[in-house]
Design a protein around this ligand. Structure first.
Ligand code: NDP
Ligand code: 8X3
Length: 254
């Protein structure tokens, strides 16, 4: 049966790949992002396939999110699957050198934007006794690394928020899942390094990272489980990525 699927951050990366994957399954799509042109190109690509409602939306703007999600037009009004994907990392500086504005942007997007969308759509899901909130976390939420500071902290929030949602949603039939990818080649690093393409490319050089399409298939699989099955959390890495040893500071004495 066709579902109504709302994907935030649908203009690029995982979000755009999810739009294509859910469209191929025949689901109705609500696609949200800030860049209208990118969103429109995706709508043009998929419009012949499934009904699509696009929202030019900044998830940090609580009033705009409230307006958009409380006035969804009829065929899209009952959201079955919310993919809370919009998010970003900004910078890789140590905590004592980062730009406080970057920290605030990450909190506003990765935490508050995700909160707004979830809170606005949950009551309908609970009333209909069906629905699925799929949050995109990160390995950075579990495994610290230098420069991960607020980005990793925001993704730790996503992981624990998802578990707490499960606790609150017990008995409602509504599902909550956190998909936590490791390194994946999207525009993520270009955004993190503020357009420095060479530096972004280095992240993926000479290795085989996850792709947006890999993640879209995994997210689709999470959504496609039978209604009584809840994938709580799912961590996924490229086979070329694993944990390193703990860092040790050494300094000659005297
Ligand atoms: P991309 O940069 O390719 O895509 C990010 C998407 O988020 C874009 O569509 C962007 O659209 C949207 N977005 C960013 N800020 C906002 C905002 N304020 N309001 C609405 N949409 C917004 O990155 P990814 O696809 O890689 O990232 C998707 C998610 O996956 C993020 O949450 C990221 O943290 C997470 N992730 C990524 C990993 C990776 O290695 N790539 C690994 C683990 C997790 P627009 O600019 O048009 O608004
Ligand atoms: C993105 C993966 O390792 O760059 O969440 O933080 S990482």
């Amino acid at each position: 049966m066709a579902r109504t699927v709302l994907i935030t951050g649908a203009s690029a990366g995982f979000g755009a790949a999810c739009a294509r994957a859910f469209a191929a399954r025949g689901d109705r799509l609500i696609l949200a992002a800030r860049r209208a042109g990118r969103l429109q190109a995706l709508v043009d690509e998929l419009a012949g396939q499934v009904p699509i409602h696009s929202l030019v939306l900044d998830v940090r703007d609580r009033a705009a999110v409230e307006r958009a999600l409380t006035s969804l037009p009829a065929p899209f009004a009952e959201v079955d699957v919310l993919v809370n994907n919009a998010g970003l990392a900004l910078g890789l500086e140590p905590a004592y050198r980062t730009d406080l504005d970057d920290w605030e942007t990450m909190v506003d997007t990765n935490i508050k934007g995700l909160m707004y969308c979830t809170r606005l759509l949950l009551p309908g899901m609970v009333a209909r006794r069906r629905g699925h909130v799929i949050n995109i976390g990160s390995t950075a939420g579990d495994w610290p690394y230098p420069g991960g500071n607020v980005y990793g902290g925001s993704k730790a929030f996503v992981a624990q928020f998802t578990r707490n949602l499960r606790a609150d949603l017990l008995g409602t039939g509504v599902r909550a899942s956190c998909v936590a990818p490791g390194m994946a080649e999207t525009e993520f690093s270009l955004v993190r390094f503020k357009g420095a393409a060479e530096r972004a490319d280095q992240v993926y050089a000479d290795t085989h990272p996850l792709s947006a399409e890999d993640l879209a298939q995994i997210i689709l699989w999470v959504a496609d489980q039978p209604p009584h099955v809840n994938i709580n959390s799912l961590e996924v890495m490229s086979v070329d990525q694993a944990w390193g040893h703990l860092a040790v500071h050494r300094e000659k004495k005297g």
